[in-house]
Design a protein around this ligand. Structure first.
Ligand SMILES: NC(=O)c1ccc[n+]([C@@H]2O[C@H](COP(=O)([O-])OP(=O)(O)OC[C@H]3O[C@@H](n4cnc5c(N)ncnc54)[C@H](O)[C@@H]3O)[C@@H](O)[C@H]2O)c1
Length: 276
């Protein structure tokens, strides 16, 4: 893909799924990669594939919830490559559970990774992106950052928060640093390990939920998702909806306003949590 040659790109959660596909597509497009994940095995695979392509790569174990480590890491990446152009705050986890039965700890964990991980990455790299004179913040929200479904309150909250944070940042950059672009990504169902890596409230069968997700919801491959995201990054778009499901549901929510909730409380409950 054109427009990425020579760019220094940071991708979190690059050991699997969308992050891995983004890193590889960026590598094939001539970018230099700083990749990280808590899953060092998956990360090593991505690193090996990038090396095989011939892309310069720095691979590190990084937990996006560890703020101090993230700040040090950002300086290390700048030191290593001499500049930083793009950060893809992609690392994320899924969790299922109704509010009534979810513990505070479970809800906080989702917010820590899916929201604070994005804030940490944005804040750590923003000074470097501004300094580069050609920066781009790409924050991965979700289709669940556009509408809510039962059983996903924690994930919905984190992904709505990512959207709010990122849309505000975009406006700040437009007025203060217009050469720094900001994009919010809203993937629909993507065929990744997310549901298999997920946790759930007591009494829910995670394996069954993962099977249902893979069978009913995951429609787009991570490779296709990565190409759609990068095409939008190249065009400096404010938001990218990934997959036909994301596009259709975005329209439904806009047409129905809050009315979607009545329909989704049954339909999406069945899709996301299994029939109850
Ligand atoms: N797959 C989907 O259908 C879908 C839909 C909407 C949004 N998303 C979002 O896309 C992003 C990528 O998800 P994916 O589908 O590729 O899932 P995935 O599970 O395949 O990959 C996520 C990666 O993030 C890593 N990770 C988890 N916690 C981390 C932490 N604390 N620090 C660093 N790395 C961590 C995991 O080890 C994993 O390698 C996530 O933010 C997810 O919420 C996915």
């Amino acid at each position: 893909m054109e427009g990425f040659a020579g760019k220094v790109c940071v991708v979190t959660g690059a050991g699997s799924g969308i992050g891995q596909a983004l890193a590889l597509e960026l590598g094939r497009s001539g970018a230099k990669l700083a990749i990280s994940d808590v899953d060092t095995e998956g990360l090593a695979k991505t690193e090996a594939e990038l090396k095989a392509i011939g892309a310069p790569v720095k691979a590190d174990r990084l937990d996006v919830t560890e703020r101090e480590a993230f700040l040090l890491y950002a300086d290390e990446v700048k030191e290593h490559f001499g500049k930083v152009n793009q950060v893809y705050n992609n690392a994320g986890i899924a969790y299922s559970g109704d509010v009534e039965v979810s513990s505070f700890k479970d809800i906080e964990r989702v917010m820590d990774v899916d929201y604070w991980g994005v804030v940490n990455g944005t804040k750590a790299f923003l000074p470097h992106l501004i300094e580069s004179g050609d920066g781009h913040v790409v924050n991965v929200s979700s289709l669940f950052g556009i509408f809510s479904v039962p059983g996903q309150a924690a994930y919905n909250a984190a992904k709505f928060a990512v959207r709010g944070f990122t849309e505000s940042l975009r406006q700040e950059m437009l007025t203060k640093h217009p050469y720094v672009s900001v994009t919010t990504v809203h993937p629909g169902g993507i065929k990744t390990a997310i549901a298999r890596n997920a946790t759930a409230a007591e009494g829910l069968d995670v394996e069954q939920l993962a099977k249902e997700f893979d069978r009913k919801l995951a429609r787009t491959t991570p490779e296709r998702a990565a190409r759609i995201i990068l095409e939008s990054v190249r065009k400096k778009r404010a938001r990218v909806l990934v997959g036909a499901d994301a596009k259709i549901l975005d329209v439904i929510v806009r047409i129905t306003g809050s009315g979607y909730q009545r329909v989704f409380s049954t339909v999406m409950g069945w899709l996301v949590r299994g029939v109850r």
